[in-house]
Design a binder for this molecule. Sequence first.
Ligand SMILES: N[C@@H](CCC(=O)N[C@@H](CS)C(=O)NCC(=O)O)C(=O)O
Length: 219
Amino acid sequence: MASASVGKELTLYSYWRSSCSHRVRIALNLKGLKYEYKPVNLLKGEQSRPEFLQLNPVGCVPVLVDDHVVLYDSFAIIMYLEDKYPHNPLLPHDIYKRAINFQAASVVSSTIQPLHNLSLLNYIGEKVGPDEKLPWAQSIIRRGFKALEKLLKDHTGRYATGDEVFLADIFLAPQLHAAFKRFNIHMNEFPILARLHETYNEIPAFQEALPENQPDAVH
Ligand SMILES: N[C@@H](CCC(=O)N[C@@H](CS)C(=O)NCC(=O)O)C(=O)O
């Protein structure tokens, strides 16, 4: 957790392996915002308990609580953090570069992650067969990664859209981590993404946000 604090302490409802929570943890760390970590065990179904549904009727993590403000959905939470805590900006000034950041974030958050989230994989496991879960997730991730390689090739520098860390990196890092660790994606086909994955692992704000470094991690 980052050490510098701005304003009242925030609370993040998170699950260690949730890539959507992982995005928000990176954003909080990049902004140097302290937060209280409240684990929600997705494997035990805690996201469907009535007290959690009061916070997020969709029944998913992350949820951010900032005093009287309760927000769910990682994109909305990160944009809120950006507006409320504008230091260490997560978006570039250049409008084209901003659009590329939104586009990359959106490919991850709309086109990849929702199609391999826990409830969908459980449904596929039940209705189609347990052996179909992994190939399905891999095909979705590969399709998205192909598009991202194409998108980033004209923009990438040290990071996704140049030499500064921005929104695209915040969304890419958790998806890349999940692809490597959980979905056994071979990254030879995706040289830009493979390089970014290595680079992200060198940044303290990203390291601290890793699933294995969370208080609820199961090793
Ligand atoms: N669009 C939402 C998606 C949230 C989401 O799918 N969260 C997953 C973890 S990454 C979850 O809580 N899944 C629980 C489930 O599928 O039951 C966001 O970006 O926050």
